[in-house]
Ligand binder design. Structure first.
Ligand SMILES: Nc1ncnc2c1ncn2[C@@H]1O[C@H](COP(=O)(O)OP(=O)(O)OP(=O)(O)O)[C@@H](O)[C@H]1O
Ligand SMILES: [Mg+2]
Length: 448
């Protein structure tokens, strides 16, 4: 094909006209949005847009809020992602905050343009909405939407593959990370007075792995195990195993078993489901509750040795005679082993106990629980973590005396924390702790 100079010129002219048409469309749309009736406005702009699209070298990708009745994940992601890409030219934004959220979430309002760059390619997003006619279900105000929101993403045609294969997946991934950062970890407990089902509150537990006073090797092992678990989605899928992990935390009261669960939840941003087996009537209830717990969660069964039917097989068979569907250890283990492999991903189950020796050997069998973590009396290392948490002290002349006492006295981290909290003055607090440990030593030697 041969182009004359005139056609070349005129096609250049058309392209630049098209470009300014796109720009004017955005501007006009912003001005007109509030002035012109919605239907007229929509008709006018869609005609204008069809014309500019035909002339332009740009490709426009439309991302609608809903696909039929289900919401479009891509829209949601773009909405979250673009909220972090606002520029000084953005004129209107929206903010919202659910009660349980800690931070305010920012999104763009309609008719706003946002420019993003990815691999040096300019990508222009415009947030739009169009009014939709009310059809049936007039009474159902919840489901009758009056407008359909969507984004238009325009860029040069030649980048189509890059946008579809790289940029949009990147937006999805960024949105997921942004949401994760904002996520507030929740604690779910069973509401036995009401629905007999999970109800939740924000888990405001401050514990982190840094604040946990525990054996540093055990801490390291647990963190590595969690990291490996989180990164192994594909592996678990490939080998056909349920993607879950089981831990047993054991040790005396006040050594931080429950705090360690909170530290894990805060680290992974997983919700905690606290299951009190004493309140669960039967295996079918247990099944219903476990199925009803969300993905990316930690299910905690505290004091497993104190829970009905779980101690050993003999009491279990007695219980069976009384009531056939009574919750049993085998019911529980069945669940851990098999049943829930079909109903959920990224689950961690934690059992805690003060008396590991009282547990049924079936529960302790290798392979049943992936890690057994012993939470024990406070060591000097543990004390140093607590001294830093509570007094912001990494060293002090009184540390040496405490080190000597801790070598012979059994005190839990909870007891030590209590002493350290009693006074803001480090010197006084540490002296209090020394007196406390000395008293403990005396009572220990007296009872021996
Ligand atoms: N290892 C620890 N590191 C830091 N703080 C701790 C530790 N252990 C206990 N504490 C402090 O003591 C409080 C009680 O600890 P926690 O409830 O976690 O103990 P527990 O082992 O679950 O006890 P129980 O067996 O009675 O359930 C915690 O809120 C925390 O302030
Ligand atoms: Mg506890």
């Amino acid at each position: 094909m041969v182009f004359s100079r005139e056609t070349m010129l005129s096609s250049t002219a058309i392209f630049s006209a098209a470009a300014s048409l796109v720009a004017s469309t955005v501007l006009l749309r912003t001005i007109a949005a509030d002035l012109v009736p919605a239907q007229v406005h929509d008709y006018f702009f869609s005609s204008l847009k069809r014309l500019s699209d035909r002339l332009s070298s740009h490709l426009t990708v439309v991302v609608e809020e809903f696909d039929g009745l289900t919401s479009n994940h891509m829209f949601d992601a773009a909405n979250t992602y673009l909220g972090t890409k606002l520029s000084i030219s953005t004129r209107r934004i929206k903010v919202n905050k659910l009660e349980r959220d800690e931070e305010i979430a920012v999104t763009v309002d309609k008719n706003q343009e946002i420019v993003d760059f990815f691999q040096n390619v300019k990508l222009t997003w415009i947030s739009q909405s169009t009014s939709i006619k009310q059809l049936a279900n007039k009474g159902d105000s919840k489901n009758s939407r009056t407008e359909l929101r969507f984004f238009e993403l325009s860029f040069h045609k030649k980048h189509k593959d890059m946008v579809l294969k790289e940029y949009l997946p990147y937006v999805l991934q960024r949105a997921k990370a942004i949401k994760e950062e904002r996520k507030v970890v929740r604690l779910h407990t069973v509401d036995y007075n009401g629905t007999d089902y999970w109800s939740s509150v924000a888990l405001n537990h401050p514990a982190t792995f840094d604040t946990m006073a525990m054996d540093s090797e055990a801490k390291k092992e647990l963190i590595e195990d969690l990291n490996r678990f989180i990164n192994r989605k594909d592996y678990y899928r490939r080998v056909g195993k349920a993607w879950k992990r089981g831990y047993l935390f054991y040790g005396p009261p006040g050594t931080g078993k429950s705090s360690l669960v909170a530290a894990m939840a805060n680290y992974l941003k997983f919700d905690v489901y606290d299951l009190d087996l004493r309140e669960v009537q039967c295996n079918s209830d247990l099944r219903r509750l476990l199925i009803g717990s969300g993905n990316r969660s930690i299910i905690v069964i505290e004091d497993i040795d104190c829970n009905v039917g779980v101690q050993n097989r003999e009491t279990e068979s007695e219980a069976r005679m009384v009531e056939d569907d009574k919750i049993t250890l085998s019911g529980l283990l069945n669940f851990i082993d098999g049943l829930w492999s079909s109903c959920g991903d990224e689950r961690i189950i934690v059992f805690t106990t003060n008396h590991k020796d009282r547990l049924d050997p079936a529960l302790l069998r290798p392979g049943r629980m992936d890690l057994h973590i012993h939470m024990s009396y406070c060591t000097f290392d543990g004390f140093k973590t607590l001294a830093f948490n509570y007094l912001k002290k990494e060293d002090h002349t009184l540390f040496e005396a405490i080190k000597e006492l801790l070598a012979t006295v059994q005190a839990t981290p909870a007891e030590i924390a209590e002493q350290l909290m009693k006074n803001d003055d480090a010197e006084v607090a540490l002296q209090n702790l020394i007196t406390f440990l000395q008293n403990k030593k005396h009572t220990m030697t007296e009872t021996e």
